[in-house]
Design a protein around this ligand. Structure first.
Ligand SMILES: Cc1cc2nc3c(=O)[nH]c(=O)nc-3n(C[C@H](O)[C@H](O)[C@H](O)COP(=O)(O)OP(=O)(O)OC[C@H]3O[C@@H](n4cnc5c(N)ncnc54)[C@H](O)[C@@H]3O)c2cc1C
Length: 312
């Protein structure tokens, strides 16, 4: 359990995750996240939606309690009747808009890191050479191993998963073993403090440590692992602007209440939030549900015009 959940998680996390699996309401989408996103995109486009890729929002223009437009990194401005912010809200309130629009509960969580933690992680993805049986157990495997240290945290467990269950994503000659090291939120500062060279070396050395642990536990993979990629908390921050490299949202520690964040933005009538950060815990299902709530609020406040041109 200590390898699966950071040590400061509440015990309820284990119960809920376990309940998701045993009740059959959790699963892995076919094609992984790429497959899921592709299906959502097709549905969205079939309804008339359009998508701009590589279009980071860098600024916003507000006029009389309304968001009038957002500016993209290539300096284009996008205007609209209503907006849903579906990215990490930290950058929205601390870089793009202003803290004055920050939801009270969200502010409490940002300002009380002693009670609300956002956990992060390091991962190494190993490609497997050859197609033969690896004699690995199915699903996620956690095993005890020789101790190693990551960002000052000592570990003696290793968590891996063999990605071979979905032929559309991972054919037999392209299998991947992903090694997942969960880290407490304080470690983001450690990774950020490293120079470029030290950072690259840290990632490489850690991957090598993990490779040795996997090979020692599963000799069938010895000499067959290559390293296409590693990703650290900084990777998540760089790619997705994830607050402190977090992979899920805040966790309320013992003695602190789980808090909910509204999908509306105080002081702005036409901006809505759809994000895992609107609830403690976070995760994909909550993020998806928050999208639905954001749309419901949008329909209430900014209903589409009727055929006669009047707003319903
Ligand atoms: C390695 C890993 C494993 C995980 N495993 C699980 C799991 O097994 N189960 C689970 O439930 N959850 C899991 N999660 C968590 C899950 O991925 C997140 O909860 C979920 O993706 C959050 O969705 P979101 O829409 O809030 O944010 P995101 O998925 O981060 O989407 C936000 C999007 O906005 C984009 N963006 C950011 N800033 C801007 C900007 N300024 N302008 C324009 N676009 C911007 C980002 O690039 C990103 O595409 C995992 C996360 C990681 C990192």
């Amino acid at each position: 359990m200590g390898a699966f959940f950071p040590k400061d998680f509440l015990a309820i996390t284990l119960l809920t995750s376990y309940a998701f699996y045993t009740s059959g309401s959790a699963g892995i989408p076919q094609g992984g996240s790429v497959g899921m996103v592709r299906r959502m995109l097709e549905r969205y486009q079939s309804l008339g939606g359009s998508v701009e890729r590589n279009a980071d929002v860098t600024a916003a223009k507000v006029d009389e309690r309304r968001l009038c437009g957002v500016q993209l990194k290539d300096a284009r401005t996008i205007t609209g009747e209503a907006f849903i912010w579906a990215a990490d809200p930290h950058q929205l309130f601390y870089k793009i808009l202003s803290e004055t629009y920050l939801d009270r509960n969200l502010r409490t969580m940002y300002e009380h890191p002693e009670g609300y933690v956002a956990n992060t992680g390091y991962q190494a993805a190993f490609g497997v050479l050859g197609e033969g049986d690896l004699h690995l157990p199915k699903g996620s495997v956690v095993f005890s191993c020789e101790p190693y240290t990551v960002a000052g945290e000592s570990k003696d467990l290793c968590g891996i998963r063999l990605y071979d269950y979905d032929k559309t994503l991972f054919p037999a000659d392209k299998r991947v073993i992903q090694c997942n090291v969960l880290l407490n939120n304080g470690t983001f500062a450690y990774w950020s403090s490293l120079s470029k060279t030290a950072y690259e070396e840290e990632k490489r050395a850690l991957a090598e440590t993990l490779r040795q642990r996997i090979e020692s536990r599963f000799p069938a993979v010895r000499g067959r692992l290559v390293l296409p990629s590693t990703y650290s908390p900084l990777t998540f921050a760089r790619w997705c602007h994830a607050y402190q490299g977090a992979y899920m949202s805040f966790n309320a520690l013992k003695g602190y209440k789980p808090l909910y964040v509204k999908s509306t933005v105080p002081g702005l009538r036409n901006l809505f939030l759809a994000s895992q950060w609107v609830q403690t815990g976070g995760g994909l299902p909550l993020a998806a549900a928050s999208g639905k709530f954001a749309v419901q609020e949008l329909m209430k406040r900014c209903p589409p015009p009727t055929a006669s041109g009047r707003h319903r």
